[in-house]
Design a protein around this ligand. Sequence first.
Ligand code: WT7
Length: 641
Amino acid sequence: MAYPYQIRSLDEYKAAYEKSVNDPEAFWSSVAEHFHWRKKWDRVLEWNFKEPNVKWFLNGKLNITENCIDRYLPEMGEKPAIIWEPNNPEDRVRVVTYNRLHKRVCQVAQMLKNNGVKKGDRVCIYMGMVPELAYAILGCARIGAIHSVVFGGFSAQSIADRLEDAGAEFIITADGAYRGEKVIPLKNVIDDALIGNRTVKKVIVYTRTRTAVSMIKGRDVWWEDEMEHAETQVEKGGVVSFPAEEMDAEDPLFILYTSGSTGKPKGVVHTCAGYMIWTAYTFVNVFQYQPGDIHFCTADIGWITGHSYIVYGPLAAGATSVMFEGVPTWPNAGRFWEIVDKHKVNILYTAPTAIRSLMGFGLKPLEGKDLSTLKVLGTVGEPINEEAWHWYDEHIGKGRCPIVDTWWQTETGGTLISNLAGVTPAKPSWATLPMPGVQPVLVDENGTEITGNPAAGNLCIKAPWPGILRTTYGDHERCRKTYFSTYEDLYFTGDGALRDEEGNYRITGRVDDVLNVSGHRIGTAEVENAINMHSDVVESAVVGYPHDIKGQGIYAYVICQHMHGSQDDMRQNILQTVSRIIGPIAKPDKIQFVPGLPKTRSGKIMRRILRKIAEGESHNFGDTTTLLDPAVVEEIAKGKL
Ligand code: WT7
């Protein structure tokens, strides 16, 4: 059996779950044994949620790249690790074997060393979906540098904030990135981000689009030159090597910034051993991966889904992972199906927003595409509506592929609640059962656990699993406050959920001020801050509203001091401001100009009312007696877009 820790039946799931809860240390040490350790751990787990302090596999020593690459070289060096599908269908596909991946990662590690990067240094990576992005991530991991990947849709200002927060001294980027018919000038954005920056010493620039870039002497170097030089250093007599840094199990592996209810994104920190075991374990079990299967996760590596289920999870399991540079609808809406056909994909993992958008193109794009290799389908990022679930099931899975609805978060490292493909039962639009090691609880507003079924409440987790975040970079108190202080001794997810008679969970969405737009997490406070930076804006309030394709759309109520030009001009200016401050992904779908906002006497905006209006409610706003000026509500409702 390829994966001794793979669960193969409902009974095995029940047994594994029980053991994981009754004796987590024995359970996880029996999983961890199937990984490569330089030195085994002294203790499996130490934790409390008060501080919080969570440590897994204490004093264990390892390097994640030896687990993701080196250990597979003797038996399957020529097996594809990454199959890269370029944006432009006419471009050449690249098949990266484990041998080739090893060589490239060693070269990157050497290149980083040559440029002064050391263990513990923070390296910001701002690239498109090219194999070099995976090499960069793994090259950092090989020398113990902490990578912080920033999604290509974030603005210079967002990058600048993240560089500063992480104290990053190095950047790896590209001249540009292809995204459908667009070219994103990545290096130019980095140049803007670096105005006023005091920490960055080196910028390594990979050539992808031949976009013109300004290379600053002493700071900017070309990836190609550096890699060529590194090649001669790591390759001696036909043998490639670059010794991997010995890392402690709890050394940080990476930082990934994510939005919350405050204006400033936080740097979620994951560590080496726990994250590795969690991503590999969930990958193998949720998707029921079998050796030789081709796994295609359509996410961008700029988000946690790409980190965990394009790079680390699949590679730690010795799998073949498809990496797609483009977008689902360019040059046509048959792109995913063409990739499935061309690469004989067995597992397809995508987001409900993509499914809904592709549904809109009808069945024509599916014509002539052979999807018979598909065995398992997956969704992630937001609740999937039943209509999309059934379309996916019927037209993509042809009624014979289990669909896994995987609920998790940047903070959880990997999937916490999901059915296991073909092993535990699916239920349309329900994430269903917790993974072994995960103990969900539902609580009411006061933090009292709601027992019995069915139930509805706020979703918390009782005990740590190996992939839980350890801290938020540079501010542990913020981590405690955000996740561990709302309810005593519980990790609070920020989501609401239902539980049915069988103990299945259905995630109903965020209960905090976080939006989920096309599966991307955006804080309302962040968008408000950006809008408020516009010189003509006095105040704003941002809420989400149901959107047919995106899941949630962004609705902004804005008070202007005076209107510069027409309302439409003003709207364009605000959109431009948000693009500049956060990035195009945070642009509001609707901007309504209002004379005032519904506030309580203590000055708190009553978002509940604004949400109702954005949802299309025109009368029943609930209790408005505590409002300072109840009349403003009518006026806002009248002007609804
Ligand atoms: C939030 C986390 C997990 C990687 C992508 C998003 C929502 C995620 C599901 C699902 C319902 C889901 C939650 C969660 N979410 N998966 N299967 N069903 N909701 O990661 O950006 O950290 O966002 O996405 O609201 O809290 P993220």
